[in-house]
Design a binder for this molecule. Structure first.
Ligand SMILES: Cc1cc2nc3c(=O)[nH]c(=O)nc-3n(C[C@H](O)[C@H](O)[C@H](O)COP(=O)(O)OP(=O)(O)OC[C@H]3O[C@@H](n4cnc5c(N)ncnc54)[C@H](O)[C@@H]3O)c2cc1C
Length: 406
């Protein structure tokens, strides 16, 4: 699958910062993690920290799956609003999902500190009504978040104008959000892991996987085998190759980033992360090197040829979307890109065991919260592998829906 095209900004900025080896011999380990993007890197970090022997193997050069294309906003706010999620999964699980995403932002902060990683920042998050008609929904969403203990305030038209200089009818301002560079963070996690005994192999496609009662055997394209007791699938959107049921709809999404600003460090109040109620939603953030990223304009197909032809057109649309919100900020796009994106029925990820494939666990952080979901997945999977109970595992398990067959 061609997961991204164009010029994903982080890949341009950071290039290929580290080399990893190809697997050129047959090996044995306790846990093999298939996929070395942000999901695989976080699982590896947790497993290594728990003292579990593990190996990461990836078909691509590390980070060159969806991870390098990520705009890397960290949100506790799931694609499905809390007031809607409660009727899909029940109020308790809905609130817990939001809480777990919020906690994971602070956990990522503490991991970043431990790794001496600098491209993480806590941010406020502004969720604004794209249209007047969205105000009643926004107020309902505000009320349920407030009741559920999240630190939110409601801003009316006047308040948003005076605080953010944006002419929109209403917004929820949350004191919980963050931003990172998922690509460089993935490398930082792997580099830490390698020092602690992790083995990371890239450019090693796995062509065959045998799930036995007592373990797993992976066969690489170049004829080597990896024997392990357990397997973690951190294979991103390509996981549809391993799961019979249709658990995700794959779409295409677009992003563009400005040139670097010379002197400006604050583009709008606190450089909060901003997104809106439109469908598909528009979102924006700033970067530590003084740029603005805008993303959205999703399409409901994922055919990469069709998707890639639209990059220029989508860039122009994103620029005008941005300028409608901030007419006084010059947006000069420098790099634009597109990528595959996945949405589940309830906006929640699929994490944990999948009955038909014994001795394996999936970390499938689909949706706009891919990164925070990957963190939650790393914690749950590590607990399951090390035999600890995890009270949140059920919320994201494969059992939560009766699957529809393809
Ligand atoms: C444009 C864009 C913007 C986004 N913005 C955000 C955002 O703001 N915030 C957010 O949280 N999320 C965002 N996401 C989603 C986020 O990027 C993804 O959730 C995340 O990158 C997925 O990481 P991953 O490690 O699961 O997958 P990947 O990075 O795709 O890694 C999976 C790896 O598995 C490997 N693999 C698959 N099959 C095999 C095999 N058979 N053998 C060997 N290796 C294999 C692949 O080579 C790949 O490298 C965005 C995504 C896109 C495209």
């Amino acid at each position: 699958m061609k997961l991204s095209s164009g010029y994903p900004f982080w890949l341009i900025k950071d290039g290929l910062p580290f080399n990893y080896s190809k697997l050129e011999e047959s090996i044995q380990t306790d846990v093999v993690i298939l996929g070395g993007g942000i999901s695989g890197a976080l699982v590896a970090f947790y497993l290594i920290s728990a003292g579990v022997n593990c190996v990461v193997v990836d078909a691509r050069t590390i980070g060159l799956g969806s991870t390098c294309a990520s705009t890397s906003l960290l949100q506790y706010e799931i694609d499905t609003p809390l007031c809607k999620l409660k009727s899909m999964v029940g109020l308790k699980n809905a609130i817990r999902s939001y809480q777990l995403c919020a906690e994971s932002i602070y956990t990522i902060e503490s991991i970043a500190k431990k790794l001496n990683y600098k491209e993480f920042n806590l941010k406020d998050s502004l969720y604004y009504a794209a249209f007047k008609k969205d105000i009643s929904f926004l107020k309902e969403e505000f009320a349920i978040r407030k009741q559920s203990g999240f630190e939110v305030s409601y801003l009316d038209q006047k308040e948003i104008m005076s605080e953010f200089n944006i002419a929109v009818p209403g917004a929820i301002l949350s004191q919980c959000g963050g931003e990172i560079n998922a690509y460089s963070f993935t490398h930082a996690l792997h580099q830490y892991g390698i020092k602690e005994g992790l083995k990371v192999y890239d450019r090693t496609p796995v062509k065959k996987i045998q799930h036995n009662k007592n373990g797993i055997i992976l066969n690489s394209e170049n004829g080597n085998t990896i024997k392990a007791k357990k397997l973690v699938y951190a294979t991103g959107y390509e996981s549809i190759n391993f799961i019979k049921e249709k658990i995700v709809d794959l779409h295409s999404t677009y992003a563009t980033v400005t040139e670097q600003a010379n002197n400006k460090t604050e583009f709008w109040k606190d450089n909060a992360i901003i997104w809106n109620t439109a469908n598909p939603y528009l979102y924006m953030r700033t970067t530590t090197d003084k740029r603005i990223i805008v993303g959205g304009r999703d399409e409901v197909f994922f055919n990469s040829e069709k998707r890639d032809k639209l990059i220029d057109k989508k860039r122009n649309l994103l620029v005008s979307d941005f300028n409608r919100v901030f007419p006084d900020i010059e947006f000069k796009p420098e790099f634009s890109w597109t990528g595959t994106f996945g949405a589940t029925m309830d906006g929640l990820p699929y994490i944990g065991e999948y009955q038909s494939l014994p001795n394996s666990y999936f970390s499938l952080g689909f949706g706009g919260n891919g990164i925070t979901f990957s963190l939650i997945a790393a914690q749950i999977i590590t607990d399951l592998i090390t035999g600890k109970k995890n009270k949140d595992a059920e919320i994201f398990s494969f059992k939560r829906y009766n699957f529809k067959r393809h």
